[in-house]
Ligand binder design. Structure first.
Ligand SMILES: [Zn+2]
Length: 566
């Protein structure tokens, strides 16, 4: 007797094969039989039988880029990803993990995360269950508490660095003995089940008071030493969120030295330098031709953010913004924003071309005043700063900062930063060395919510734009990314694979509009988006989502993934 049979489905196997009518049977969490209606094969008896009524049955979505490290200690659903068709999440991206962590550093780590990943400080202070110190203890702690989706976890460079260097982690290079100690921790983490080692060299990755995140202080020796642990362990991916100084050839040299895959984030079409991402893809192809496995991590949505001038994350990429970051009071902050020499610095810096992934002059026309605070400004809502500046004959920086200082530090801006030109984005999505991810789910909760990227790919890019077939679209967010990360027996409908499944209607599938909700510990707010056309999700054969959304009584079917294909 099978545990579950789903029949009368349109099977999309996640491998790019043409869809066909059929069904499948599940026993002990794995797919044990697949039927093809043309052959009329019978699947046999089952404890639970579901008539899919012709809907598409596909593998669940694998999300390679999330930041649920803290949230999973209080929310085993990884909200909202589970409700959006995701069955496996990878955490620890960019090297921002919460383990290993000494008790004395907990508050420092949380304050840095608050800043760099836009997480609520109060929610994290109230929510994180600190029942671990080492990285292996953290993995056991997640396992003990239970998980709804499957979870694979990077060991994070910034955490390892803070563990060894303490407060100095954001201040200086490491000594030889500190590097040796960090390398030992990375190796132990890999042996305990980490999926790889993650880091960031991105300039806007700053912690509290604008201090750089620890990984940004690593020098060449440290990077080579820590990534060599992947080679010694013979497993794991090197994941990096790349800043200005990290070139693709340099990343190729790391892959050449340790023989491991490199996942390079975040590859967007940047209006400030629209050809850069394609130049870098060319470098990745060249590296591939020499046998190095480099991947470009790309996103299938325009990267947009909602923000206020009080917490202006997208502006912090400007070096000239720094005086505003370190201003210790509101009065001081306002004085900085009004200072002509501060503005002169910004006006000069925004003209410099070739700065990766930073707000550029082209973005002024995509920076919209979404909500104003003062009633007399109501007529400005819906206008872009670019249009307003032209109306007033001003530099956009002056228009923008003057507006903020005029009682509008809490006005909400909606900013589209990257991936605005969809014909260009389409070239990224179709690239054979691209991995579609970058949801940043679990982070930047007050600015954005792209956790529904997989449903958006199916609805927008496959159905509406027809840039990909539905079979290709499913493959890119299931087996393609699972295989890139050596996640075994997932991301495909195949006999012997785990029954991570998603049932959806290809005629309606997509992600719903953004909305603000207040469900974080202490009632902090976040942006949310709902699923459209999603009829069911199963993790290891257990149903976690039905037609009405999350199933509160689904238990904890997810597994902590510790073993990976070489
Ligand atoms: Zn990230």
């Amino acid at each position: 007797m099978h545990d579950l049979v789903i029949d009368n489905a349109r099977l999309i196997d996640g491998l790019g094969t043409a869809a066909r009518d059929g069904g499948l049977a599940v026993k002990d969490g794995r797919i044990v039989a697949i039927s093809d209606d043309r052959q009329g094969a019978e699947l046999g008896a089952a404890r639970t039988r579901i008539d899919a009524q012709g809907l598409a049955l596909a593998p669940g979505i694998v999300d390679l880029h999330t930041h649920y490290d803290a949230q999973l200690t209080w929310d085993s659903y990884a909200t909202p990803s589970t409700a959006l068709g995701v069955t496996t999440v990878v955490i620890g991206n960019c090297g921002f993990t919460i383990a290993p962590c000494r008790p004395a550093h907990r508050d420092l780590v949380v304050r840095n995360l608050t800043h760099v990943e836009g997480m609520s400080l109060e929610a994290m202070r109230a929510g994180i269950q600190w029942d671990f110190e080492s990285y292996p203890e953290y993995l056991f702690s997640l396992e003990r508490r239970g998980l709804v989706p499957n979870v694979a976890s990077f060991v994070g460079h910034s955490s390892v660095r803070t563990y060894v260097l303490g407060e100095d982690a954001s201040k200086r290079a490491a000594t030889d003995s500190e590097i040796a100690e960090m390398r030992r921790l990375v190796l132990d983490a890999l042996r305990a089940g980490a999926i790889g080692f993650a880091t960031s060299t991105l300039e806007q990755h700053n912690g509290e008071n604008g201090i750089p995140m620890p990984s940004r202080l690593a020098d060449e020796r440290e990077m080579m030493a820590l990534t060599s642990a992947l080679g010694e362990a013979g497993r794991g991916v090197f994941m990096l969120t790349k800043g200005m100084t990290s070139t693709v050839p340099w990343l190729e040299s790391i892959a050449a030295a340790n023989g491991r895959p490199v996942m390079i984030a975040a590859m967007f079409v940047d209006p400030g330098d629209p050809t850069r991402v394609f130049r870098e893809l060319g470098e990745i192809e060249a590296a591939r031709s020499r046998g190095r496995e480099l991947w470009a991590q790309v996103g299938c949505f325009p990267l947009g953010m909602e923000f206020t001038l009080r917490h202006p994350y997208p502006l912090e990429a400007f070096l000239a913004w720094r005086p505003a970051i370190v201003a210790e009071s509101e009065a001081r902050y306002r004085a900085v924003l009004a200072d002509p020499s501060f503005r002169a610095g910004l006006k000069q810096e925004i003209r410099q071309p070739g700065v990766p992934n930073r707000f550029s002059e082209k973005n002024w026309d995509h920076l919209t005043i979404a909500e104003v605070t003062r009633p007399e400004h109501r007529s400005l809502a819906g206008k872009t700063i670019g249009a307003l500046a032209r109306e007033r004959g001003q530099h956009p920086w002056d228009t923008f900062l003057d507006f903020g200082l005029d009682g509008e530090l809490d006005a909400m801006f909606d900013c589209r930063l990257f991936n605005i030109d969809e014909d260009e984005v389409c070239r990224l999505l179709r690239h054979p060395n691209a991995a579609i991810a970058l949801s940043d789910a679990g982070a930047h909760l007050s600015f954005l919510c792209d956790a529904g990227f997989g449903l958006h790919l199916l609805g927008h890019w496959a159905r509406e734009r027809r840039d990909l077939t539905v079979e290709q679209a499913v493959r890119t967010v299931t087996s393609a990314v699972a295989d890139a990360y050596r996640i075994k027996d997932r991301g495909r409908l195949a006999v012997g694979s785990w029954a991570d499944l998603m049932l959806f209607d290809p005629r309606t599938v997509g992600r719903g509009p953004k909305r603000r909700v207040n469900d974080l510990p202490t009632g902090a707010s976040r942006l949310d988006t709902s699923a459209v056309g999603l009829h069911g999700v199963w993790v290891n054969g257990v149903r976690t989502v039905d037609e009405h959304g999350l199933i509160g009584t689904c238990g904890r079917p997810g597994r902590l993934l510790r073993e990976f294909a070489g």
